[in-house]
Design a protein around this ligand. Sequence first.
Ligand code: UGA
Length: 429
Amino acid sequence: MSAKREPIGVIGTGYVGLVTAVGFAELGSDVWCVDVDSEKITRLQRGEIPIYEPGLEEMLARNVERLHFSTDLAPALEHARLLFVAVGTPPTHSGDADLSAVHAVVGAMPEPDGHALVMKSTVPCGTGSNIKRIFAERGKTGYSYVSCPEFLKEGSAVADFMHPDRVVVGGEGDWAEQAVVDLYAPLDAPLVRTDVASAEMIKLAANAFLATKISFINEIANVCETLGADVGEVAQGMGLDARIGPKFLQAGIGYGGSCFTKDVSALKLLAGNSGYHFQLLNAVIEVNELQKRRVVSKLQRHLGELAGRRVALLGLAFKPNTDDMRGASSLVLASRLQAEGAQVRAFDPIAEEQARLLMPQLDYADDALGAIEDADAVVLVTEWAEFVGLDWSQVADAMKGNVVIDGRNALDPATVGAAGLVYEGIGRG
Ligand code: UGA
């Protein structure tokens, strides 16, 4: 695509900012990216992507002439009317969203000159109207505000940007709202054009609903275990109902990642702060926490006391095709196993560097077989393709014991069993 399109600024070059920047450059916009992290900007200027996201580096390389990286806001303000805000909104100690980075951006905006802030960061419902109020109080009445939540998934972010299920644009019916709609037009996606508060709520509600779906199927899996049913069959039978749908019904050791954990808690607290007790979300969170720990009881059932036992963890990232360790179930699982006295050795093909920052004391192997060697039990934590395709006879030869816990229901029980190993999944009958 080469037609000249609206230039944009992108503030914050994390997952969302970078994919947004590179994606709009692919669609033909000149993009001015800003980040306070000078090391990150230097790497980006060299064409290096500081995160692991399949396809992103190639897309950046294709569009390098349209992408400009700086720690200075001035070039973005000079060249672009639309400033996409994609800064972090991590949870505070109270679990609310920390909006300090968002407010730093708002505070850095100069006197009115016809710019618009387009909010990509996930923020509590009501943030847009607060920002408009702050602008008004400071006499910056020339600013427009658009809420344009992002729904991309790590690991498939490039495809999600290019082929979104929908685009949500919440605005005040002004030029900025229309400009954002026009920017997305080439993607030909269903468009939800709404007010700012509703757009903010759509994002939180969507993530909370997906998390709820996962906790629901995990509870069904746990009940299947006591009743002898198979959750995979149950999920298939449920998912074929078009009202339910087959996605996000994969039972396992709980959802991880920064988004679900953060957004479910943020929505619960947002409701609580406004006087509403969101009971369902309490259960979603609790089920997820317990689900991570169930693997420990499974291991105890097979091995008895875990003290001194060797447990191999295959995979550490919160899901495959990412090096992101935020909220990963492996963090809770590894610490619980170590607390029980187990000797834990782990391998992840991509996430080891990030994992070492959070779990410096863990024993890391160079490859899957290195982790498995002499293990009493193997736990599949992240369903990387290379683990699913392991030669299980080779695994059986390398292990001291014979227990395989499939935390993602990604392995074929018959193949693992045929290698002489004892297989247990999550709710698989
Ligand atoms: C999630 C949402 O899916 C995106 O739409 C949203 O834009 C993003 O959060 C965000 O708010 O930024 P992401 O966290 O990248 O995306 O990952 P998901 O693919 O949704 O997976 C989240 C977790 O749920 C993973 O740990 C995954 O293993 C787990 N999961 C997912 C299950 O346990 N079962 C499933 O059926 C699906």
